[in-house]
Ligand binder design. Structure first.
Ligand code: DGY
Length: 326
């Protein structure tokens, strides 16, 4: 960017106008005006010579892409709290800052986690289908029963902002005890919920509901595998609104088919979109949503504004409002 020239930025998808307009006020914006992603080669072409990239969680930001952008690239800003799609070491090597959007999507994500937990445990998918298919006969005492939250033990894996907020939302349902596991104890948040810090194995063994709220890292990849499912109660309901990569999906399918665990509610899968012939979709005890945890109008608009502000700060050479510390 020559001094005085407007910085050039690439926005890799259609995003809420609030964020786009903020960038357009001071930058030359090339926006991929579609809900579908550019192809690999279109992406590489679009970033050539830009100063900043506003990307999505489905865009792979690696050495090849950073090379295609060239030495002028100052900042990559993702419209997501998760940043497992960005090669942070490659960014650091090139002095490219990375922005992300924590905090503002906590409430929406926790809300959807609770919705998914209830939809799964209370068998809403089967109930809705039965009504629509004319299978709703007379009222039956034993029909479509599932586990309730009252008196239950809820285990939260990853007791960060979202995990804690899920706990807060679930408490009024009469949950008997909260367990949590993760990298470290969180005494303040734990006290508020009366939650106990336990090992991952203890959490799996004791929980009626296992809720995954941890980030995808090298340590959490495939954390929920055959060995983990074997440690859970046969009645356990497993809910994942984090990333599909924390689950070994074939092991989950086996666990659901064999009755090793009771049910699963997933907002994230591997791959995304989940192919329509996935065995997960044939299972009555599995509810799958299309990665919509943060999808409220307000949250997505706030994410777009924060992602734009991160980008603008990086272009100015300032500290980003929310920067990944490498
Ligand atoms: C994120 O931000 O990482 C969520 O998965 C989508 O909002």
């Amino acid at each position: 960017m020559s001094s005085g020239a407007r910085p050039r930025v690439f926005i890799s998808r259609r995003i809420p106008e609030e964020g786009r307009a903020l960038l357009a006020a001071t930058c030359d914006v090339n926006s991929w005006e579609s809900d579908e992603p550019p192809s690999h080669s279109e992406y590489l072409q679009a970033v050539a010579g830009v100063d900043g990239i506003l990307c999505l969680l489905t865009d792979t930001i690696n050495g090849e892409l950073l090379d295609a952008a060239g030495p002028g690239l100052k900042v990559v800003s993702t419209l997501s709290v998760g940043y497992d799609h960005i090669d942070v070491k490659e960014c650091a090597r090139r002095n490219v800052k990375i922005g992300y959007t924590p905090g503002i999507l906590t409430a929406a994500t926790a809300e959807l986690t609770v919705a998914l937990l209830l939809a799964t445990s209370r068998r809403l998918k089967e109930g809705i289908r039965a009504v629509e298919n004319g299978e709703w006969g007379s009222w039956k005492p034993m029909w479509l029963c599932g586990p309730g939250l009252e008196g239950a033990t809820v285990g939260i894996v990853g007791f960060g902002r979202i995990g804690v907020t899920v706990g807060r939302c679930l408490k009024p349902f009469g949950v008997a005890s909260f367990l949590y596991s993760g990298r470290s104890e969180k005494p303040v948040e734990a006290k508020e919920l009366g939650a106990m810090f336990v090992s991952f194995d203890e959490l799996l063994a004791k929980s009626d509901f296992v809720v995954a709220c941890c980030a995808l890292t090298d340590k959490t990849r495939n954390l929920f595998n055959a060995s983990a499912f074997k440690k859970m109660k046969n009645s356990a309901v497993f809910v994942n609104t984090s990333r599909g990569g924390i689950v070994n999906q074939n092991d989950l399918i086996t666990a659901l088919q064999s009755g090793q665990i009771g049910a699963a509610g997933l907002d994230v899968t591997t791959p995304e979109p989940l192919p329509t012939d996935s065995p997960l979709l044939k299972l009555d005890n599995c509810v799958v949503l299309p990665h919509i945890a943060s999808a409220t109008h307000k949250t997505r608009a706030a994410m777009a504004v924060l992602a734009a502000n991160n980008l603008l700060a990086g272009l100015r050479g300032d500290k980003l409002p929310h920067e990944i510390q490498i």
